[in-house]
Design a protein around this ligand. Structure first.
Ligand SMILES: [Zn+2]
Length: 455
């Protein structure tokens, strides 16, 4: 057995030890679930002296202190995980370079075949598997143990690990395709590769967004057509009212993996569809479901996916590739020989590329979050206007608060939040309600009206 093979075996053993340890992690129940019926607190009831701040506080007061502490701890822990993920990933890259494992994996691929694109693919498969195993300790903690501790995960270790393995296989296949394309470009266009690489990466991203809902999602979850008109009719009516060409509503069995609620509008043309996850269907009140659907339709009508793909991402990707070219040239001059990397077109450079891109991604975290958060806020406003369910929206914000901090500081929100804070969402919903009080007649008045009309 060579030294490298032995190291690989040791890694596998390590992986399975962690797997066994994780299996015994305490499983948690859904004790942190919150009420699924929209109960409008007295301070948020329509009245001539409706006060936005008081209504917001009344909604926030519905969350038990223990749940609040729990979700704050979960979300704040996530801040640190951004840092640990970055440092841990960077350490793996440096390890592969310094120990020349990357050069070794390239040599191995070259021994298997003389066909360059295939060498690239084989290297990518080796690299993906090694990083998957090296990353397992943090990956298992973050994706499995911690999620179960906070009662957000519903899977046992076996199915969870199988999902991760499926993800790895998709990464090998789709990532391998992209890497083959990119290295082909680098080898043919040594000076302008970064620009053409950016273009190809863009096209590749569009391709994955296109096939995602139809071909990738079903690998992990079952998606079925919803047949309950009680649920679908109001949604389809809302869609028609907003000129969204959908005929069906779909359901995804997300409860297989998580207790989180979500929904989306996806696909293009004939494949356009609205998908709700079963957690939302089971736990959301009718008002909440309508509010969430209004929000999702906002993403669609405001063309968020096109704005991201055709406007925001091209800028990020071109800047990223430009920085990449500069940093690669610079690093190779210093350490290329040490790492046994022959040049920019050598596939063994991959860990260095990943390292540089992860530094870029880490530094850009607040920019990415702000871009997403801005669109989420737009979708919130659209959703309020379309669905007219401020109380449902408030309830939704409380449900999402099971794994997000409800009331962060503005700096925290700017850096870490890819959605508006729960407090901000409820406050804007209550502001909307305050400006549209005529839509919500006080219950007392409504009752007396029915009384007087009764024979
Ligand atoms: Zn959204």
């Amino acid at each position: 057995m060579t030294l490298h093979a032995r190291a690989l075996v040791a890694l596998f053993v390590l992986f399975f030890c962690f797997a066994a340890a994780a299996q015994q992690a305490p499983s948690s129940n859904a004790a942190n679930e919150m009420p699924s019926v929209t109960t409008v607190p007295p301070a948020a009831q329509p009245s001539p002296n409706f006060n936005v701040d008081a209504a917001t506080e009344a909604y926030l007061a519905q969350i038990p202190a223990s749940s609040r502490a729990r979700s704050d701890a979960y979300f704040e822990g996530g801040y640190w995980l951004i840092l640990w993920d970055f440092l841990y990933g960077a350490a793996i890259c440096l390890l592969l370079l310094h120990l020349r494992w990357s050069a070794y994996m390239r040599n191995l691929a070259e021994r298997i075949t003389r066909f360059k694109p295939l060498q690239t693919f084989i290297y990518w498969a080796e690299y993906s598997v090694v990083v998957f195993i090296l990353g397992a300790p943090l990956g298992i903690y973050e994706g499995y143990t911690r999620e179960r501790q906070y009662g957000l995960a519903t899977q046992t270790f076996g199915p969870w690990a199988w999902d991760q393995t499926k993800g790895l296989m998709i990464n090998v296949l789709l990532g391998g395709l992209l890497v083959m394309l990119l290295f082909g470009i680098v080898r043919r266009l040594p000076r302008t590769w970064w620009l053409w690489g950016a273009v190809v990466t863009m096209l590749f991203l569009i391709f994955t967004v296109l096939i995602g809902p139809v071909y990738l999602q079903p690998i992990f979850n079952k998606i079925t057509r919803l047949n309950d008109p009680k649920i679908t009719q109001p949604i389809l009516s809302l869609a028609r009212a907003n000129a969204i060409p959908v005929r069906d509503v779909y359901q995804i069995d997300a409860s297989k993996q998580t207790t989180r609620m979500s929904a989306n509008v996806s696909g293009f043309g004939q494949t356009m569809r609205i998908t709700m996850n079963d957690n939302l269907l089971r736990r959301g009140s009718p008002e909440e479901i309508k509010a969430v659907m209004g929000h999702e339709m906002g993403h669609y009508v405001l063309n968020h996916i096109y704005k991201d793909i055709l406007l925001f991402l091209p800028i990020v990707i071109v800047v990223g590739f430009g920085l990449l070219k500069w940093s690669l040239d610079w690093s190779l001059k210093w350490w290329g020989g040490n790492w046994q990397i022959r040049g920019i077109g050598d596939i063994a450079i991959v860990p260095l590329v990943v390292l540089i891109l992860s530094i870029f991604g880490f530094v850009m975290t607040p920019v990415f979050n702000t871009q997403t958060r801005t669109e989420e806020r737009e979708a919130d406003m659209y959703g309020l206007n379309a669905a007219r369910q401020p109380d449902g929206a408030a309830q939704g914000a409380i449900h999402l608060g099971e794994y997000r901090k409800m009331r962060p500081s503005s700096v925290e929100e700017f850096i870490f939040f890819d959605h508006p804070s729960g407090y901000g969402r409820i406050h804007r919903a209550m502001q909307w309600k305050a400006e549209n009080l005529q839509l919500f007649e006080p219950q007392a008045a409504q009752e007396s009206k029915t009384d007087s009309s009764a024979p």
